[in-house]
Design a protein around this ligand. Structure first.
Ligand SMILES: Nc1ncnc2c1ncn2[C@@H]1O[C@H](COP(=O)(O)OP(=O)(O)OP(=O)(O)O)[C@@H](O)[C@H]1O
Ligand code: SF4
Ligand SMILES: [Mg+2]
Length: 341
């Protein structure tokens, strides 16, 4: 599988301003050196607790937010040379038609769709920005997109409030795929929907990925959703990626204690019983002032002195499994001995 995107040392620090003159007094280190490869055609799940930087990662990749540092190497599908889009100015992103190729679907279609715009204009907006289609051609394309997401011509001249949550998310998907993207960030795309329609939207996304040969970064809190839809999983903690593996390997042979803690919270489907839960001590530390060494050391049940002083880097096992933990080689045994998992 070829690589579509390579994130290298990606950083996004949000300034915190204070005082009368609103000078910068600190920074929220939302992303603090992300290393991640996204393979062409895969669905990569991105999981982690609230505030760990999942949405920021997505927004940085599609350049909704400009990264503070690091690289985003984009290997374009049209045969163009790889380009580092992290520092490209907006004018270059537009000139190179990169914006239309990397798109995002947000969690809540109620807020992501402009309530004062007709559906046809919502979907036309990115097409007008990225292409020079005439009105006839535009209409044909919008109708084609509506049909691709399971809507019809009857929906063309309506406003978002006239739709159910699931239908609104279909409109958001139509807009995201309008400009023939090759990569979509799906940021909790089903979390704001009724349980009954979540599966329909997941199936639609799955079908579109195959039909349009799309690559997804699927951001979610729900491990069972990513287990269903993702080929690989990346786990984030406090602005860092701490573990990456195929979904099957991650669910069966996780090597980072934080991943073990996340997995231990999943109910066992047949019985409703919970497997023995790994309860983490304390709260997630502030990204204003992250802990030294391993960021997880303040909550890790297996912390040793080295963890407080030295930051673990992502090391790769022969099967491609990557883990950032000083004790990764003994973690399976440590977790089994302590928690019986
Ligand atoms: N525009 C912003 N200005 C300042 N801080 C921000 C901004 N956006 C996000 N942050 C902070 O950056 C950190 C990461 O936020 P982000 O939204 O990426 O987390 P997340 O993993 O998507 O969380 P959630 O699961 O709750 O959506 C948080 O501490 C958040 O408060
Ligand atoms: S490096 Fe140390 S503190 Fe960090 S996850 Fe591994 S054992 Fe825990
Ligand atoms: Mg988020």
């Amino acid at each position: 599988m070829s690589t579509l995107l390579q994130l290298r040392g990606l950083q996004k620090h949000y300034p915190v301003r204070g005082g009368v003159f609103r000078h910068q007094v600190a920074s929220v280190k939302a992303l603090d050196g992300i290393d991640l490869d996204i393979h062409r055609g895969e669905c990569l799940g991105l999981v982690g607790e609230s505030g760990c930087g999942k949405t920021t990662t997505g927004k940085a990749i599609i350049r909704l937010h400009r990264p503070t540092g690091g690289k985003i190497i984009y290997h374009r599908g049209n045969g163009g040379a790889p380009v580092d889009i992290a520092g490209l100015p907006a004018s270059a992103l537009k000139r190179e038609r990169i914006r239309g190729r990397l798109q995002m679907v947000f969690q809540d279609p109620t807020t992501s769709l402009n309530p004062r715009m007709l559906v046809k204009n919502i979907i036309a907006e990115p097409l007008r920005e990225q292409s020079s289609m005439g009105s006839r051609e535009l209409e044909t394309r919008i109708l084609e997109l509506l049909s691709m997401v399971g809507l019809t011509k009857d929906h063309y001249l309506r406003y978002p409030h006239e739709f159910s949550g699931g239908q609104r998310q279909r409109i958001a998907v139509a807009r995201a795929i309008a400009t023939h993207p090759e990569f979509l960030v799906l940021d909790e795309p089903t979390s704001a929907l009724d349980v009954s329609v979540q599966a329909q939207i997941l199936n639609l996304l799955h079908t579109l990925r195959e039909k349009l040969e799309l690559t997804y970064l699927f951001v979610t809190h729900h491990l069972l959703v990513v287990k269903y839809i993702s080929n690989r999983l990346a786990v984030m903690y406090l602005g860092k990626v701490v573990e990456i593996a195929s979904t099957a390997v991650l669910f069966n042979r996780a090597r980072h204690p934080y991943t073990h803690a996340l997995l231990s919270g999943i109910p066992i489907p047949d019985t409703g019983r919970r497997s023995r839960r790994i309860l983490l001590q304390g709260d997630v530390p502030s990204p204003l002032n992250p802990p030294t060494g391993c960021r997880f050391h303040t909550r890790c049940p297996f912390v040793i002195d080295r963890c407080r002083a030295e930051e673990p880097v992502l090391k790769t096992f022969s099967d491609g499994h990557r883990v950032a933990c000083h004790r990764r080689d003994e973690m399976e045994r440590l977790v089994r001995d302590r928690f019986g998992r």
